[in-house]
Unconditional design. Structure first.
Length: 281
């Protein structure tokens, strides 16, 4: 029996097969760099550049052990985590009510201020680094977790408002008017009506904000140098003058990727739902 007859007999959808094959190829191309780094992190230092690379090397955990003993990477990791959580929590706590105000209350210069908030995302960080450095130096926030968290708040605040406003715009006026008739103030309406309906959007924007904060390199490199060094900057310290520790860099890259991957898997339902909903606003 020929392949064509088999396909007709089994009613195989050729289009679905092609889509599946294309998807597999794309996934392999996307995951290949990550898998390569993962393999390098378990290779001996001298075999990192061996061609062909050993796909199944005798595993060594030396690079991971060195990170947490010699390089003190656990401090960099905890600094990134604390600063990112601080930035995301405050940006969401302040940004959610602000987005609701922009959505439901009309006031003078509403659109101008709303557009102004976008500057924190579209303007290059180099424009702000000198003012931030001068102000933070006078406030004693250089090389400080709180100072780094404040930078993360500035980075993500506009993103939170811009992302959540369409979710609040989509809440029917009749629902809010019913809440007002029942005696709910604007604060109670936000807490009891708006927040539950916007939960997917809030979850999605919190994850995106965490990723932005976790991956931030430029401000973290300029405003920290020892006590508040983050994981992204800590990886750079593994490139020493005499020697580049490729195995340790690969191990540090894997460890730095884990929080984002774990968080994305844990809340993927809300994340996908929030992004899909926001796409139609």
């Amino acid at each position: 029996m020929s392949i064509l007859k088999f396909i007709k007999k089994k009613h195989v959808n050729i289009g679905n097969i092609i889509k599946t094959l294309v998807l597999i190829v794309v996934m392999v191309l996307l995951l290949l760099p990550f898998l390569w780094i993962l393999i390098l992190s378990f290779n001996e230092e001298l075999s990192v550049f061996n061609i062909p690379i050993k796909l199944f090397p005798a595993p060594t955990f030396k690079h991971y052990i060195d990170l947490f003993i010699e390089a003190d990477f656990k401090t960099y990791f905890s600094n990134s985590f604390l600063a990112s959580i601080l930035g995301v929590v405050f940006a969401v706590v302040v940004g959610v009510p602000a987005a609701y105000v922009f959505s439901k209350i009309s006031f003078k210069s509403n659109k101008f201020i709303f557009m102004l908030l976008l500057l924190s995302r579209v303007t290059p960080g180099a424009v702000f680094v000198i003012p931030f450095y001068v102000v933070f130096m006078k406030m004693g926030l250089i090389d400080n977790i709180i100072g780094l968290g404040l930078i993360f708040i500035v980075i993500t605040f506009g993103l939170v408002i811009w992302t959540l406003k369409p979710f609040f715009d989509d809440i029917p006026r009749s629902v809010e008017e019913s809440a007002k008739i029942d005696g709910c103030s604007i604060v109670k309406t936000l807490i009891k009506i708006a927040l539950p309906l916007a939960t997917p959007g809030i979850t999605a924007v919190a994850i995106i904000s965490f990723i932005f904060c976790w991956n931030e390199f430029f401000f973290a490199m300029i405003l920290t140098y020892r006590e508040a060094t983050t994981a992204t900057v800590g990886i750079l310290s593994l490139m020493e003058f005499e020697h580049i520790r490729w195995g340790s860099i690969a191990a540090a890259s894997i460890i730095t990727s884990l929080p984002v991957i774990i968080m994305g898997i844990a809340v993927r339902k809300y994340f996908v739902r929030g992004l899909a909903t926001g796409a139609f606003k």
